[in-house]
Structures are given as structure tokens and as C-alpha cells.
Ligand binder design. Structure first.
Ligand SMILES: Nc1ncnc2c1ncn2[C@@H]1O[C@H](COP(=O)(O)OP(=O)(O)OP(=O)(O)O)[C@@H](O)[C@H]1O
Length: 214
């Protein structure tokens, strides 16, 4: 569950104020013009930006000022999600274990998710040897492996073609269902995710302006 209460944040040129209520297991798409504040909203929830005032409640706990790693949240950024000196497999493993030491069961989970996102042939490569879409799939695989109840995705599929976007969306739907995840996902293809999400919210000039049920 995500509950934002009169959350205020100011970049000099753009004051922002967010009120938001997303129930556990709910899936919400976030749309809006470039520069409207979508990424900032995700960064506030994940703890990478600090609000000036207001409250952030996540799964019933007040996380208004907690450290990012203490929040029950996984986030996929628009870019720079990967460690370039680590292999594809190691980048995925980071979702489970920061020191990369995993047991046999965890390795099975890594291989399974790598297979699901079509990265099995690339596991020993470095990210720089992959395309933009393949890199984004590494980050997506890592996010989906993590055991956090809230998933924040910032344009996760923008580098993928239509067919692959559909496949990744199905995988995401399955994982959200299996783990009962709460999902907030920035997208520029609201028509493609309409059947998958419960609501679409629009960010306009630093505020959530509507709540449209699709
Ligand atoms: N570090 C920063 N310092 C000052 N202003 C910033 C900073 N980061 C973003 N902004 C400004 O805050 C506003 C919101 O940016 P944000 O990245 O949240 O928009 P967005 O809706 O995610 O855009 P896009 O769809 O292009 O990714 C923009 O006007 C942007 O210029």
C-alpha cells in the first residue's frame, strides 16, 4: 500500500504536491507530459528525494524520512540501473543478495527469471555488450526477483519493441499476481497497459490531477 499525505517537494522552478492512495495489490499507471514530475514522485516514494513536508506511508509504516534501503520498495529507473563491471547474471543476483553469494535455490530463481526475460544466452556478458532493450530487461529481472511488496517502474518498456513489451507485461502481471505486489508504473503507452492496470493517474505540473478507471 502507498499513502502520500500532502507531500510537498520543491525544485526551484516547480513546486510539487502529491496526495495518493494505492491499496495493497493494486496496479496503477502513471502518465503525464515530460517534466510533469512523474520520476520525482517515484523518487520521493523510494527515498531518493526528501519531501519538504507531508507524509509517506508504505505498507502501514511511516517512511517519510527513512533510508531508501529500509523502504519496502523496488525501483527501476529510466536509466543507469546496472553495474557495468558486473556480468548480466551478477546484476540480476543483486536483486537477491548484495554480496552476490547465493544458494542453489536462489540460483534457480535467477536462472528462471533470466529465462523468462530472454537473457539466458547473455548471462556471462557485461551490460555494455547488450542492447538498450536487453539492458532494461536485466534491470526488470532484478526488480522482479526482489522480495519487496511495492514495485516502482519508470518507463520499464520504452526501449522494447511492441511484441516484447507485451511479453514483459504478461510476465509482470504474473509476478504481481503471484507476489500480490503493489505497482506504480510510469508509461507513455497507457493504451497498451490499460487491460493490465486498475487505474491510470495523470501527473500535471507537479500534481496528480485525475484518477481515471480504465
Ligand atoms: N535535480 C533537479 N534539479 C532541479 N530540477 C529538477 C531536477 N530533476 C528534475 N527537475 C525538474 O523537475 C521537474 C519534474 O521532473 P521529472 O523528471 O520528475 O519529470 P517526468 O515527468 O518524470 O519527465 P519525463 O517524462 O521527461 O521523464 C522538471 O521540470 C525537471 O526539469
Amino acid at each position: 500500500m502507498i499513502n502520500l499525505r500532502q507531500l510537498e517537494f520543491n525544485y526551484k522552478q516547480m513546486p510539487m504536491q502529491f496526495d495518493l492512495q494505492i491499496r495493497t495489490g493494486e496496479k496503477v499507471a502513471l502518465i503525464g507530459a515530460s517534466g510533469a514530475g512523474k520520476s520525482t514522485l517515484l523518487n520521493l516514494i523510494a527515498g531518493f528525494e526528501q519531501p519538504d513536508s507531508g507524509q509517506i506511508w508504505l505498507n502501514g509504516e511511516n517512511h517519510s524520512h527513512s533510508q531508501p534501503h529500509l523502504r519496502p520498495v523496488s525501483i527501476l529507473f529510466q536509466e543507469n540501473n546496472l553495474f557495468n563491471h558486473l556480468s548480466v547474471e551478477q546484476n540480476i543476483i543483486l536483486g537477491l543478495q548484495p554480496n552476490l553469494n547465493i544458494n542453489a535455490e536462489q540460483r534457480q530463481a535467477v536462472l528462471h527469471i533470466a529465462d523468462k526475460v530472454g537473457l539466458t544466452p547473455y548471462l556471462s556478458r557485461l551490460p555494455e555488450q547488450l542492447s538498450g532493450g536487453q539492458k532494461q530487461r536485466i534491470a526488470l529481472a532484478r526488480c522482479m526477483l526482489r522480495d519487496k511488496p511495492i514495485l516502482l517502474l519508470d518507463e520499464p518498456f520504452s526501449a522494447l519493441d511492441t511484441a516484447l513489451r507485451q511479453e514483459m507485461l504478461q510476465l509482470l502481471a504474473q509476478i504481481c499476481r503471484d507476489k500480490n505486489l503493489t505497482l506504480l508504473m510510469v508509461t507513455h503507452q497507457p493504451q497498451e497497459v490499460g487491460h493490465f492496470v486498475d487505474h491510470t493517474l495523470t501527473v500535471d505540473h507537479g500534481t496528480l490531477i485525475n484518477n481515471q478507471v480504465l
